[in-house]
Design a protein around this ligand. Structure first.
Ligand code: ATP
Length: 445
């Protein structure tokens, strides 16, 4: 049986994000800028770790996938050919009573306004294109229009030939890209779940047409496993296949990896069989041939594409939600009870791997503390904190999800050893400074 969503978790995580420097509302000193967020000192590390973990599994640990970093600004010709100018729309309705705007396909009841609860108050649905348009150069007008990409995928399709020719890859092979995408969402919301500016992690896997079904199954399961391997409990994840009417204009089959968010199951990633739609469209519109001649088979074909498309920002939020925990504990060193909030991140996702904490600000402790910091910084992102009682500093690191705290105390001056405190069990070990790297390495690699 799957667990129930926990609506209270949402506010707890959003508050912690602000309090500890994960995520700030954008332009806050000007009253904020609706549904736009900035990643603070800890959030930027979390987001980077999510992207690095994806890149590691998709590019570094494979021989069949290469990377790309394509431009965000793109000419209308790309979006004309891809079908986005015509089809990348959401149905928009306005409530005549309260004037709120909604995406028709996301309403629980298409006849009732979720804001004022009026029945039958919606206008006819209008198709609203989600792409941001701007102008390149000093003159605004026809001929100068450019678009901010709404997905990173098209960069991979228009570079298909360049990549194949330079990387010596042959189908089945993939092109992976991480980067910002922009969608003028009608109803952004749920914190960083749906924003107008967000980061995607997409991979286009080019395969012989008759192998598309096999690779679609392969990537559905591979991608689900990635989240489990990085610590999201299996019962908070599921694969959901799209119905026929839900499919995008380019897709013959799509499954979403869904996570149990505080408001219920919702999408983390879509795995789609994009067929040969995009390559054919770009070949037709550009006049370049985007097919492949398989010498072994003596056959020419346009590859099919299987695409796992994930959101980095949305995934970072899921990792935060899944890691959040509260437990009753004795106050460290005092025995009184208190509630401890702890982010039980997988060590690969945790923003800081180690916090270096001299017991006091006394100069004689700073020297060994700096030595330990300098040693560990070579391999790990470390935090350094020398003020407040040690118990409060441990709690702060728990809320950042730091797997290990290394405390330098006055005994260190005698024995050249430090106390290593484990985030999850709060157990403490005494470890020689000279053996610290060897002690931590198997736990953090
Ligand atoms: P939705 O149905 O939620 O609008 P989608 O199915 O259109 O999303 P895709 O085009 O498949 O989304 O994009 C791939 C991934 O990019 C999504 O699974 C999600 O993680 C991320 N993503 C898409 N739109 C947004 C957004 N507005 N804000 C944050 N992440 C997004």
């Amino acid at each position: 049986m799957s667990p129930a969503p926990d609506p209270a978790l949402f506010d707890k995580v959003v508050n912690l994000c602000k309090r500890r420097g994960f995520v700030f509302p954008s332009a806050e000193i000007y009253g904020g800028f609706r549904s736009t967020y900035d990643y603070g000192p800890v959030g930027v590390l979390l987001l980077r770790n999510v992207k690095d973990a994806w890149w590691r599994s998709m590019v570094q640990l494979r021989h069949d996938i290469v990377g790309l970093d394509a431009a965000i600004l793109s000419p209308p010709a790309i979006w004309e050919a891809s079908g986005h100018l015509k089809n990348f729309t959401d149905p928009l309705v306005d409530c005549r009573k309260c004037r709120e705007r909604f995406r028709l396909d996301k309403l629980d009841d298409p006849d009732e306004c979720p804001n004022c609860h009026a029945k039958g108050s919606f206008t006819e649905a209008r198709q609203f294109n989600l792409m941001f348009k701007t102008y390149a150069g000093p003159v605004e007008g026809t001929g100068a229009e450019v678009y901010l990409r709404p997905e990173t995928a098209q960069g991979m399709f228009v570079n298909f030939k360049n990549v194949m020719e330079t990387s010596r890859k042959r189908p089945p092979f993939g092109i992976a890209q991480i980067g910002k995408s922009f969608r003028n969402e009608i109803t952004p919301g749920n914190f960083v779940f749906r924003t107008r500016e967000f980061e995607q992690m997409e991979m286009e896997y080019f395969v012989p047409p008759d192998e598309a079904g096999k690779w679609y199954e392969y990537w559905r399961h591979e991608r689900l496993r990635w989240y489990v391997d990085l610590g999201i409990p299996e019962d908070q994840l599921r694969l959901r296949a799209h119905d026929e009417e839900e499919l995008s204009h380019y897709s013959s089959a799509t499954s979403d990896v869904e996570f149990l968010f505080p408001w219920g199951w919702d999408e983390l990633e879509g795995i789609a069989n994009r067929t040969d739609y995009d390559l054919r469209q770009h070949a037709k519109a550009s006049g370049e041939s985007l097919d492949y001649f398989d010498q072994a088979l003596g056959e020419r074909y346009v590859p099919y594409v299987i695409e796992p498309a994930a959101g980095a920002t949305r995934t970072a939020m899921a990792f935060l939600m899944a890691a959040y925990d509260e437990e009753e504990v004795a106050r460290e060193g005092q025995g009184q009870g208190e509630t401890r909030t702890v982010l039980r991140f997988h060590h690969r996702i945790a923003p800081y791997k180690v916090a270096v904490l001299p017991l006091s600000k006394k100069p004689e402790l700073q020297e060994p503390a700096n030595e330990v910091l300098g040693l560990l910084q070579q391999d790990y992102m470390c935090d350094y904190d020398e003020t407040q009682a040690i118990g409060r500093r441990y709690r702060r690191q728990d809320e950042l999800g730091t797997p290990f705290c290394v405390t330098i105390d006055f005994e260190t001056l005698e024995d050249r050893a430090v106390t290593v405190r484990h985030r999850d069990s709060m157990a403490q070990d005494r470890v020689a400074i000279d053996g610290l790297a060897d002690y931590l390495s198997p736990k953090l690699s």
